[in-house]
Design a protein around this ligand. Sequence first.
Ligand code: ATR
Length: 471
Amino acid sequence: MDLIIASKSEVRQRILSCTKISIMAVSPQIDEESITRSLVAEKATPRDIADTLAEHKAKKVSVKNPGTWVLGCDQILAFEGEIFGKPKTPSALNSMLSRFSGQTHRLITANVIYKNAKPVWRYVAISHMTMYPMTKAEIENYVAEAWPDAQHTAGGYYFEENPHLFSEVNGNWFDIMGLSIKPIVEFLNQHTTKSILQSPKLVAVLGHPISHSKSPRMHRHWLKTNAISGDYIAIDIPPQRFVETLRVLIGAGVSGFNVTVPHKEKALLLSDKRSARAEKIGAANTLVIDANGKINADNTDGYGFITNLRSHCKHWVPAAGPALVLGAGGASRAIIVSLLEAGAPKIYLSNRTQQRALDVASEISPIIEVVSWAHKEQYLTKVMTVVNTTSLGMTGKPPLKIDISKINPGALVTDLVYSPIETPLLKQAKTLGCSVVGGIGMLLNQGVPGFEAWFGIRPVVNAEIEAIVVE
Ligand code: ATR
C-alpha cells in the first residue's frame, strides 16, 4: 500500500485509484462542525479552515498507522466572506444557489500528508467558479432533480454532472472534485522508491441525453487492462450551452472528448484543426486537446464501421457492387463517406424524409442516388452491401418494415442498431443466406483511434470487451 486516505469519499478514492496508487481508505471520525465553528469564531480564513480540517483528518489516522503516508483532504466554498459546506436540506441548497447565481465564488481544496503523526507535506488549491445567472424556476427544478447527489458536495452543485451551470472556471478538474492529484503524485514520486506514478488524464463523452452511453464502460476497461492512469466519464450538456461548457472543461484540464448526438456538428465547427474525413462528413465525434488547449477534431465513425465489417466478414469487397443505405441522419453521412472511400461504386440512399437524403447526396457525392422510401426493396437485388443506419428495430423503437425476400444472397447486411444484438433485419438476412454483421463492433472500433490519441496505446477490440459492453 502506498497511501492511506483519511476519507470515505468515493470521489476521492476513485481519483486515487485511477492513478494506480494503491490505497486504503479510513474514516477519520473527527467533529468537523465544532472545529469549523471554533475556527470561524477565531476569524480564521477559509483557506486556513480547509487546511486545518485536512490536517486534523490526516493526523487522527496517522497516529494509529505509524510508518505510512496518510492523506487528509478538505474542501470549502468561500463567498462574500462566508464559508459554505454541503447543504443540509433542499431549501438550504435552494438558498445557496440563489446566492451563487451569476456570481464568482472560490472553492478551496486542502491536502495534507502526515507520517508518524507529523505533517510532512501540504498543498492548497483555489479554484474560481463563476455561475450563470439562474432563475428562481431553474433553481427549483435543479434542486428537485439533483438533490440526491447534490447534497454530498460543497455548494451542492455537483460540478461533475453539471459543468454547464458555469460560465467560467479557473481551476483544475481534480481540485474541483476535492483532491489535488497532480501534486500528490509528484510528492509520492519523490518519496517512494516504487515505480513512477503518472497523473491521471481525464476524457469525457458529451451528449444530450448521455446516460445510455456505453463508451465509459468500454474506455474504462481499456484503461484498466492497459494499466493507464486515467478516467473516462459521461457528461450531459444541453445543446444551448455546448460551446461554452466545452471551453470550461478544456480550461479545467480535460484532455479529450467523444461527442455524440446532438453536438457532433457544432464540435466540428468550433475545432481549430479537422481531419479530412471529419470535414467531409460535416461532424466530429472525437476531440483531442493539445498542450496549448487547441481542439483537433476527427470523425472515427466511418473507420469503426468499415473495420467492423472487414474484421467479421473477410470476403466482403465493398468495391464489388453498389450499397443500399437506409437513413440519412448523422450516422448515415459517416457510413456513406467511408463506403465511398472503401471503393463502393454506387450508393442507393433511402430515407423517410427524402429531402434529407437529397441534401446528403448533394453535399457528399454525385455517385449517391436517392431512391424512394416506399420502393427501397427493388434495389435489394442489385446491391452487395445493405446498411440500416436508422434507429428502427432498436429495442423500444418501431420495427424496420422491409421485405428482403428478393435480396442478393451474396450481399452483406449490417445494422447500426446493437440493442438487440441480432436485429430482426439481421436474423432474416441470415436465413436468406446473406453474410450479416451486428453494430456493436462499430461502437468498439470507433473508440480505438480516440483512445490511442488520448492515452498513447492502441487498445484491442476482442470478444472480452464486446461482452463487457453489451452486458
Ligand atoms: P443519427 O444521427 O443517429 O443517424 P438522426 O439524425 O436522428 O440520428 O437520424 C435518424 C434516422 O432514422 C433518420 O434517417 C430518420 O429518418 P427521417 O430523416 O425521416 O427522420 C430515421 N427514422 C427515425 N424514425 C423513423 C421512422 N419511424 N421511420 C422511418 N425512418 C425513421
